[in-house]
Design a protein around this ligand. Sequence first.
Ligand SMILES: C[S@@+](CC[C@H](N)C(=O)[O-])C[C@H]1O[C@@H](n2cnc3c(N)ncnc32)[C@H](O)[C@@H]1O
Length: 315
Amino acid sequence: MPSSTAHVATDRPARYVRQLVSHMGHRTTTEIAGDGRGTITLSGGTCVLTPSGGHLDLIATAGDVEALAGVQEVITRHLLRFATQEELAVEWTAPVTAESMQIIDPVIGDYLLTHCTPADEVLQDLVVETREATGGASGMQISHDEGAFLTMLVRLTGARNAVEVGVFTGYSSICIARGLAEGGRLLACDVSDEWTSIARRYWERAGVSDRIDLKIGPAIDTLRALPDEPTLDIAFIDADKVNYPLYYEEIVRRLRPGGLVVLDNVFLGGRVVDPAHQEEHHVAMRRLNDLLVRDERVESVMLPVRDGVTLARRR
Ligand SMILES: C[S@@+](CC[C@H](N)C(=O)[O-])C[C@H]1O[C@@H](n2cnc3c(N)ncnc32)[C@H](O)[C@@H]1O
């Protein structure tokens, strides 16, 4: 089945999804999920519309290339009609099949989202509020499938003592806190009062605020202030990329044998493999990725989960 995607830059992605789904719902089958993703099923194929920070992702799928062109045409025409206050550029990629897809093609990304334990209402509402409150920054939030993966890892390690570096509005903290064993605690590190004030509200709603200790300040100071003993069961690193090597070092020496450190965004959108990108955080991430392979204190695996996730388990 050929598919095609379009990445449309706009400040009002969620609004377009609501408008299209509502308007086209009079003539065809449409659906809007609790997190704001829309699906429009036309006679020739379907289109999934996903609002994100600063853009709208469209995924059209149809039985053949001709039908696909029909879906693209209908969606593009309606989208442009609703864009009365801005000029949208809707450029579809050439049709792709499974054989020619990238590792995390948007079609697969969408499939991943809908094939793990579903997000509950709290997480869905958090996605929507984060998008509305933080705009383009909302792209920093982990995806739902990654959140489900985190909960699974926390449960599998039987963790009681967890650390998170990079809270933002609290999605990953909820996922970690929910997986903790009885009596477990999560030390959550961030520098932003503003973003973590949203997190605090959602921790309350999720019923996990009693097991999270939020520490506002540079995470490196918070980590260095921890006892220099192997007491940590799991840690999730998802903050300023340039300091990843420092965070890793402070955490790995405090992991108990069998403890796990989880690093997010290790692909940096693919830039880690492109030497043309030489900014400080690119260089730092490349070095850390290389170091992890040689670090005899851990066994590690890098996974194509979203922007790349590395798991390093203390021997
Ligand atoms: C990618 S976001 C975290 C996303 C979060 N894990 C989630 O699921 O929504 C990165 C966060 O790191 C925080 N941050 C940036 N620099 C930091 C530092 N030096 N120490 C602690 N937190 C930092 C930012 O304030 C931001 O909230």
